[in-house]
Design a protein around this ligand. Structure first.
Ligand SMILES: [Zn+2]
Length: 241
């Protein structure tokens, strides 16, 4: 009944004259795939703007061509190669403090330049760190590299560059590695909506390459419930920071 709880929470907010903003971030795009087309079509059907976090090193013209005709798609920088430099013991990180800062900064600059060249219209100067992890000294280096926003997971904190985070991860990364139960996701979303410190813009995090039926079903149901709703607005990352 949790989708019902979500809808009821929305109605309560509507009665109070409140509005809810959402944004959609999808990670790990490199080349066009059937799954990516499905995501793009779903977003287009519901007029939902999409921010695609693209891994720069191995991407190129085929993805740029596939995205060219799509309205409402923004492209952000997803690290450089999505390589783990944290070794086998710690949590996976590409942008941690395991390497000299200059090396990390050089890769981020290369990623920024490559994607801004491939996407003259759709590029946004946002960094999405792989695994949502980044060392403080790398954050400090971002403005000088051209980045104007940063997106990780969880509540936003004051930061430079400013954060536009994701707050609901629809995947289960432990165990089955599929989409989480849609009812559980709607319950979590209802809680996020009801929180005192509700995020200004609630970020939904997806990974099209590993979506199963649960993941697609949740996304479809969420967009159907919100895209035409008087109190909900889906916004682009471009203007939301
Ligand atoms: Zn990733």
């Amino acid at each position: 009944m949790s989708q019902v709880a979500f809808t009821q929470t929305l109605e309560r907010l509507t009665a109070k004259g409140e509005h809810v903003q959402f944004w959609l971030r999808d990670d790990d795009a490199v080349v066009p795939t059937v799954a990516l087309k499905r995501l793009l079509d779903l977003c287009a059907d519901h007029s939902v703007p999409l921010t695609l976090a693209v891994i720069p090193r191995d991407t190129g013209e085929p993805l740029a061509t596939a995205l060219q005709a799509r309205d409402n798609v923004a492209v952000a920088v997803h690290g450089w190669s999505h390589a783990n430099h944290a070794g086998t013991s710690g949590k996976k990180q590409e942008l941690g403090s395991h390497r000299p800062l200059a090396e990390t900064a050089q890769e981020l600059k290369a990623g920024f330049d490559k994607l801004s060249g491939l996407y003259p219209q759709q590029f946004i100067p946002m960094l999405v760190p792989p695994w949502n992890r980044i060392a403080p000294e790398v954050i400090e280096a971002l403005p000088a590299l051209g980045f104007r926003s940063l997106s990780v997971f969880g509540p936003e904190k004051d930061a430079v560059p400013p954060l536009l985070n994701s707050h609901l991860d629809i995947m289960n990364w432990h165990g089955v590695r599929g989409g989480r139960d849609p009812e559980e996701l709607f319950a979590e979303l209802a809680k996020l909506l009801d929180e005192q410190g509700r995020p200004k813009t609630i970020g939904i995090l997806t990974h099209h390459l590993v979506h199963d039926d649960n993941a697609w079903a949740f996304l479809q149901a969420l967009m159907a419930a919100t895209s035409g709703h008087a109190s909900c607005r889906w916004v682009s990352a471009r203007g939301a920071v």
